[in-house]
Design a protein around this ligand. Sequence first.
Ligand code: AHM
Ligand code: MG
Length: 343
Amino acid sequence: MRKGVGTTITEHILRQQRQNPEATGAFSTLLNELIVAAKVISREVNKAGLVDILGDTGKVNIQDEQVQKLDVFANNVIVRRMQHVGQLCCMGSEEVADLIEIPSQYPRGDYILLFDPLDGSSNIDVNVSIGTIFGIYRRPETSSDAEVMLDDVLQPGNRQVAAGYFIYGSSTIMVYTTGRGTGVHGFTLYPSVGEFLLSHENIRIPEKGKIYSVNEGNYAHWDEKTRALVDYFKAKDRDTGRPYTSRYVGSLVADFHRNLLKGGIFMYPADLKDPKKPTGKLRLMVEANPLAMVVREAGGYASDGHGPILDIQPEALHQRTPLYIGSKKDVETAEAFISGRGD
Ligand code: AHM
Ligand code: MG
């Protein structure tokens, strides 16, 4: 595919669909609807500073309208847009405690959409990049109940049929993969045209990077192995290209995207001191799994420090996990330290 001719995301999705003889078009429709939702969110993120939409939920804006926090707004846009498309049997969102059912007046399909509507909440009101993360699964064939059960949704990440993210940054970018060796592709939103155009075809993450990304302010709360790992990336050793440089935005999507393009490792380790984060901060199903699929398809790796993120059998929708993700060799180094095999 030639990016010079301005391949649109819709065209790209349809071409991928044609390569899969079993495809019915349902999946393409689903992705296209999600893209429309992301365009709406992007527009709102871009004008957020102008219209004072960032107030607390319930605040009244200058038009005397009740304003929603941007993450609540993003959640509502995705839920409303996706619930009527007919391809989903349910959704799960970081913003919503329980599964989101498809209202009975709408048709249902076999796909399950899990998403974080607006990740990087601490960066929303300071004009720093934020993003939407999504993973798509099929409802298991063994599932016979008309009602979708939580067990249908609690599938390991390696069952995702597609995953990706949108970054609302200096440009709005979508990165997605449908797995099966089809690659990871990035599209940039051209605001004046309103289309995502292919800008990063077949992204491959360098096997080894030079960047480590972690909230080092948590150093005192880590165990010895985690500290030794971060000390390793900071230590001087010409043969292994150390010290690495440190980059940390505090928006997972932004940190991940940079490292995907440039090479490196993002880490959010378990936190010994915070009772809310004994197994890290990030959510397995709506944050770690989608990015783990993207990085795998781009030639990288994601681990919880002991094994592949994508092999974890989830036990709860909002389960958290330690996350080490990025260049394959760097994540393998992290795994060696955390699981006790490192030097
Ligand atoms: P959120 O879902 O509440 O936005 O939290 C997730 C975010 C990630 O985007 C980011 O990697 C991480 O939290 C940053 O956490 P911290 O501020 O503890 O470094
Ligand atoms: Mg999040």
